[in-house]
Write a protein that binds this ligand. Structure first.
Ligand code: SF4
Ligand code: SF4
Length: 174
């Protein structure tokens, strides 16, 4: 080892000492900035008219590697061939926050929020039902999408008794 190498090493040490800034944050008074793609607590979402997005297809339950999700679906009253989640539970003590359920959902009914302060004394409080998951979605995703019937007229065409059914393009032209 030469004197030059020692001097260069000391230079790095001195620079660190002179420009030292503590990186410890005094949580909970100070909080870290979360990355844009942070995967926090899961939530169920609604359309802008308050309707639940979930169609009870069970795909999220099937894809979840930790068996967190339990879905029991039923037919939507007065809207044949359309289903919804009659019961929807998540046991968040098992969740890996892998995001597979969000990716699998065909109607974007699930979202990952930026909430992470979910430490509880009783782990049963992390067994969330549909109403709790919808409430998380309501506060984390205030900007809601229009119902699928209004986004894609073909969906409305097959959902004949939908009360607010928009006209198809061909119907508006005539
Ligand atoms: S984030 Fe992953 S582990 Fe958690 S519920 Fe979704 S699929 Fe399951
Ligand atoms: S959240 Fe999505 S994937 Fe899961 S049951 Fe509902 S519609 Fe299907």
């Amino acid at each position: 080892m030469t004197f030059y190498e020692l001097a260069m090493g000391m230079k790095v040490t001195l620079r660190h000492l002179l420009h030292y800034r503590p990186i410890t944050l005094q949580y909970p008074h100070e909080k870290r900035l979360l990355p844009e793609n942070y995967r926090g607590m899961l939530a169920l979402l609604r359309y802008d008219d308050g309707t639940e997005k979930c169609v009870g297809c069970d795909l999220c339950e099937a894809v979840c590697p930790s068996r967190v999700i339990r879905v029991i679906s039923a037919e939507v009253p007065n809207e044949p061939i359309k289903r919804y989640a009659k019961e929807y539970d998540m046991d968040m003590t098992r969740c890996l926050f892998c995001g597979l359920c969000v990716q699998a959902c065909p109607v974007d009914a699930l979202g990952m929020t930026r909430e992470y302060e979910w430490a509880v004394y009783n782990k049963r409080n992390l067994h969330l039902n549909k109403e709790q998951l919808l409430a998380i979605g309501d506060r984390s995703f205030p900007n809601r999408e229009k119902r699928l019937e209004f986004q894609h007229p073909n969906v409305a065409f097959f959902n004949l008794p939908f009360p607010g059914q928009p006209l198809k393009e061909s119907q508006t032209l005539t």
